[in-house]
Design a protein around this ligand. Structure first.
Ligand code: FAD
Ligand code: NAG
Length: 449
C-alpha cells in the first residue's frame, strides 16, 4: 500500500483523560489526529467518580487554557486536609491549603467529577469533527508506511501512529502484546502477572453534615482506608480501599459481582468517616442509585510501551492505587511528554512526516522520559496505601501517633517529591504565576531565594 502525501497523523484510541488531553495538545501544536472513542458519550461520567486534580496536572491544564475554567466549575479549591482515626475523629486537621498550594506551586488542588474534567478539555477543542464517538477500536494493522485501524462498526482510519489511551484493558496494548509474541518478543512485552492487592469501591453522594466544603480527608483503618472529598455542588466523593488479604496476579485477580459489592458495603456499614457520618449515610445519600462501582486496583508499569507504530499512554501503560491522586494527573503528563517528543522530532526532521526510524526514536525517547517517573508514582502510591491501611504495627504506630503532628510539613514534603519532576508542554507558553517552588524543568530564575 502506498502512503498518501498527507501530513503526519496520529490516531488516538480512547477519549478518557489521556486521550482527550492528547487530542487538545495535538490541536494546539498543530498536528493532525483523529480520536476514536468506544462509547457514544465520552463526556458522561460513566464510572461516577470524582477526581482530584493536583498542581502537576493543573500546570499542564493551565497551558491548555483549562485550569481557570476547571477551578471555576470546581467552585472552590481544596481548603482543608485531614487524617482521621478509625472512629472518624481527626488525628490532624489542617486548613489554608488554597493559599498554601497556590503560593508554593502556583496551582491549587481541586475536586471535580471526572466528567467535568473531560467536558472542560473537550470544550477547548476547536475542531470537534476530529473527535469521534461510537468508534470502538477493533483491528489494528501495520503496513510499512502506515497504521490502519478498523473500528467495530467497520470504519477504517489510517495514520502514522496509533496511541492507545484506552485504559486498563487497552485494545492497543493487547495488540502490542499479540504482535510481540508472534515476533518471539513475548518475554519483553507480555505481562500476565500484573499484581493487585487492594480493591476500590467508590461513589458520589450529596452533602453530609459533618464534612466541611472543599475538604480532602483520609480515614485510616486496619487493612482498609477511605478517601473522602467534598467538591462542587455539595458533592461528596468517597472511596473505600480494601486489602484483598493477599496479592492476586493477572487472570486470578477477582472480578466483583453485585453481591460482592453489597457484602462489602454491609461489612463496612457502620464505619465512621467523620464524626456523625457513617458509610450507611454515604450509601443512602448517593446521587445515582444504580449499581455500586468496585474494581481491583492493579499496580503496574508495563515494561514496553510501544511496538512498530503502536504506543500506549495513561492507564494503558501505567496504573497505581488511587490514594495519591496521580493516575489522571500522570495520564496528562504522559500526553504532554508524547506531544513534546513528536513536535521535536518533526521539527528536527524538517519534513511533515517522520520515517519509521524517527517514529521509533520518538517512542523510545518518550518512554525514557516517563518510565522512572511513573514507576516512582506507582511505588509512592503503594507505600501510601500501606500507611493509610496501617499495614504493619510500625506503620500503625507512626500513622496514629507520630505522623499527625508533622502536618502540614510532611505532606508538603511528599507533594514536593511528587510534583518536582513533572512534565509540561515545551511548545506552549506557561502562564506566569507567582510561586516559591521550582519545578525541575524550570530554569533557576524564579523566586526561590
Ligand atoms: C475511584 C477512583 C478515584 C480516582 N481518583 C483520582 C484522583 O483523585 N486523581 C487522579 O489523577 N486520578 C484518579 N483516578 C485515576 C484516574 O481516573 C485514571 O488514572 C485516569 O482516568 C486514566 O485515564 P486514561 O485516559 O488513561 O483511561 P480512562 O480514563 O480509563 O479512559 C479510557 C477510555 O478509552 C475508551 N476505550 C476503551 N477501549 C476502547 C477501544 N477499544 N476503542 C476506543 N475507545 C476505547 C474508554 O471508553 C475510555 O473512555 C481515580 C480512579 C478511580 C477509579
Ligand atoms: C448546598 O447545600 C446548601 C445547604 O447545606 C444549600 O443551601 C445549597 O443550595 C446547596 N447547593 C447546591 C448547588 O445544591
Amino acid at each position: 500500500m502506498t502512503r498518501t502525501t498527507r501530513p503526519f497523523k496520529v490516531i488516538i484510541s480512547g477519549g478518557g483523560v489521556a486521550g482527550l488531553s492528547l487530542a487538545l495538545m495535538l490541536e494546539k501544536v498543530g498536528l493532525d489526529y483523529v480520536l476514536l472513542e468506544a462509547y457514544s458519550e465520552f463526556v458522561s461520567n460513566k464510572s461516577g467518580t470524582g477526581i482530584a486534580m493536583l498542581p502537576n496536572g493543573n500546570r499542564i491544564l493551565d497551558q491548555l487554557g483549562c485550569y481557570e475554567s476547571l477551578l471555576q466549575l470546581a467552585g472552590q479549591a481544596i481548603e482543608s486536609i485531614s487524617f482521621k482515626d478509625p472512629s472518624g475523629e481527626p488525628l490532624a486537621y489542617t486548613e489554608g491549603w488554597q493559599k498554601r498550594a497556590s503560593e508554593r506551586y502556583g496551582y491549587m488542588g481541586l475536586w471535580c467529577d471526572r466528567g467535568t474534567l473531560l467536558q472542560v478539555m473537550y470544550g477547548q477543542i476547536e475542531d470537534k469533527s476530529r473527535i469521534l464517538t461510537d468508534k470502538k477500536v477493533d483491528i489494528i494493522q501495520q503496513t510499512d508506511n502506515e497504521v490502519e485501524v478498523t473500528t467495530a462498526d467497520g470504519s477504517v482510519y489510517r495514520g502514522d501512529i496509533i496511541v492507545g489511551a484506552d485504559g486498563v484493558h487497552s485494545r492497543v496494548r493487547q495488540e502490542i502484546a499479540h504482535q510481540a509474541s508472534k515476533m518471539g518478543l513475548g518475554e519483553e512485552y507480555a505481562r500476565e502477572d500484573v499484581p493487585s492487592t487492594y480493591s476500590c469501591l467508590f461513589g458520589i453522594s450529596g452533602k453530609m453534615e459533618g464534612l466541611p466544603d472543599a475538604t480532602l480527608d483520609y480515614v485510616l483503618n486496619k487493612k482498609f482506608s477511605y478517601i473522602i472529598g467534598t467538591g462542587p455542588e455539595n458533592r461528596t466523593y468517597w472511596s473505600l480501599m480494601k486489602n484483598l488479604d493477599r496479592t492476586f496476579h493477572g487472570s486470578e485477580i477477582p472480578r466483583f459481582s453485585e453481591k460482592d459489592k453489597e457484602e462489602m458495603i454491609k461489612e463496612h456499614w457502620n464505619d465512621k468517616v467523620a464524626p456523625g457520618v457513617a458509610v450507611s449515610d454515604l450509601y443512602n445519600n448517593r446521587l445515582r442509585h444504580g449499581p455500586l462501582f468496585m474494581a481491583p486496583m492493579r499496580e503496574y508499569v508495563h515494561k514496553r510501551w510501544h511496538l512498530g507504530r503502536m504506543m500506549i499512554i495513561g492507564d494503558a501503560a501505567h496504573h497505581m492505587t488511587v490514594i495519591i491522586g496521580q493516575g489522571g494527573n500522570q495520564a496528562i503528563e504522559s500526553a504532554a511528554a508524547l506531544t513534546n517528543h513528536l513536535v521535536s522530532a518533526l521539527s528536527n526532521s524538517g519534513k511533515e512526516i517522520l520515517s519509521y526510524e524517527e517514529v521509533q526514536g520518538v517512542f523510545e525517547g518518550f518512554q525514557q522520559t516517563r518510565f522512572d517517573r511513573v514507576t516512582s508514582m506507582v511505588e509512592l502510591s503503594h507505600q501510601r496505601q500501606l500507611m493509610d491501611s496501617l499495614d504493619t504495627p510500625e506503620l500503625e504506630e507512626i500513622m496514629l501517633h507520630k505522623f499527625p503532628a508533622t502536618l502540614p510539613g510532611s505532606l508538603l514534603q511528599r507533594w514536593d517529591q511528587t510534583f518536582e519532576a513533572a512534565v509540561c508542554l515545551h511548545d506552549l507558553p506557561l502562564p506566569t504565576r507567582d510561586k516559591t517552588f521550582r519545578w525541575a524543568d524550570e530554569p533557576k530564575v524564579s523566586k526561590d531565594s
